[in-house]
Design a protein around this ligand. Structure first.
Ligand code: FES
Ligand SMILES: [Fe+2]
Length: 364
């Protein structure tokens, strides 16, 4: 992983082109290099994605010991499970022998078996068996196993921390928790997952989400017809922003939409009987994956569920179209950018938080 002393002078000067102290009315967005340069991608891994708690899944996915799910953020493959004692545990999904990915997808097991040479790990990550391996002095320590990752929970969610200094999430999410109580998440049940691969930098997706609804009347005609757009509001928190907009009481949207973004890459959208979460995963500087998980309060007829998911897919298709067009412009060599200062306050906040993450890393 990149260290701060290895950063190029060009990268340092590109970081400095975004000034966190300039108010939004006079500010310009980060330069295109933040969205197109592989060195920025590496910088984000070492800074932003190593200094914040990251959402990876939900507690109800691991109801019983041995249930597990896997994933990868910024080429850090992880494995999350519940051990025999009932504790949630997370490990790098990297075999202690030759580094093979040990588990795939999700499922339920008694222990994990590496597909390559069959080394077995218990649910606490410890090595149980290494068939035919012969004498291995390191085994005597009893410490050979999958490397642990700090894990915490917030509400129904599981979070991991890939850095060295993990702040207590309870403390870190204090203000956010008050905000999220309004979202009444406990009553919701998981419905389905959709995964989108987008040919744009992950921040283009986040920026689009954080434009204070600015693009909704232009890009989402049907959605807009069901919202009271004139009453769209944005509130900025310490590590999050909450956008909200009254809705006209359609079956899908109910009376109010709430759109909560948590730095850097997680969103919780609550509307009518529905909730969806969006997890944005950088793949490289020009592509990302977005995982949509849908939940609802239950008791919805199958055809209404299908219709609601189709409507959500239409909105997502409209957003996909736009983020690709933005990425094209960012790569054009002529982009410099402006903010619409009345509405894009939470986008500006996101950029300021990124700049602070970068600066803290550079000054390390
Ligand atoms: S790499 Fe996992 S058992 Fe050999
Ligand atoms: Fe949109």
């Amino acid at each position: 992983m990149i260290r701060s002393k290895d950063l190029s002078d060009t990268l340092r000067s590109e970081i400095g082109r975004f000034d966190v102290d300039i108010p939004i009315s006079a500010a310009t967005p980060p330069p295109a290099s933040w969205y197109t340069d592989s060195e920025f991608h590496e910088l984000e891994k070492a800074s932003t994605f190593s200094s914040h708690w990251l959402f990876v899944g939900r507690i109800d996915q691991l109801a019983r010991p041995g249930q597990y799910f896997t994933g990868s953020i910024h080429k850090r493959p992880y494995l999350v499970t519940r051990d025999q004692a009932g504790e949630l545990r997370a490990f790098y999904n990297v075999c202690a022998h030759h580094g093979t990915r040990v588990a795939d997808g999700c499922g339920e097991v008694e222990h994990f078996t590496c597909p390559y040479h069959g080394w077995e790990y218990d649910l606490g990550g410890g090595l149980k068996r290494a068939p035919l391996a012969g004498k291995v002095d390191q085994f005597k320590s009893g410490k050979v196993g999958l490397q642990p990752i700090p894990l915490s929970t917030w509400g129904p969610f599981i979070l991991l921390h890939f850095g060295e200094r993990a702040q207590d999430p309870v403390e870190q999410f204090a203000a956010l928790s008050k905000e999220s109580e309004l979202m009444d998440m406990d009553a919701l049940r998981f419905v389905t997952r959709r995964v989108f691969a987008l040919d744009c930098n992950w921040k283009v997706f986040v920026d689009n989400y954080l434009d204070g609804g600015y693009h909704v009347p232009h890009m989402h005609a049907e959605l807009n017809a069901n919202l009271e757009f004139a009453e769209y509001e944005t509130r900025l928190g310490d590590i999050y922003s909450m956008q909200s907009c009254p809705a006209k009481g359609s079956q899908r949207l109910g009376d109010l939409g709430r759109f909560l973004w948590i730095h850097p890459n997680f969103m919780i959208n609550r509307y009518g009987p529905w909730m969806d979460t969006n997890l944005v995963l950088p793949v490289n500087e020009k592509s990302c994956l977005v995982i949509f998980d849908y939940f609802h309060v239950g008791g919805l007829a199958a055809e209404d569920e299908t219709a609601a998911l189709a409507e959500s897919a239409r909105v997502q298709a409209e957003d996909t179209e736009i983020v690709l067009r933005v990425q094209e412009g960012l790569e054009s060599g002529v982009y410099s950018g402006l903010y619409a200062s009345r509405l894009e306050t939470s986008m500006h906040q996101f950029h300021r938080m990124l700049a602070s993450d970068f600066r803290a890393f550079v000054e390390e």
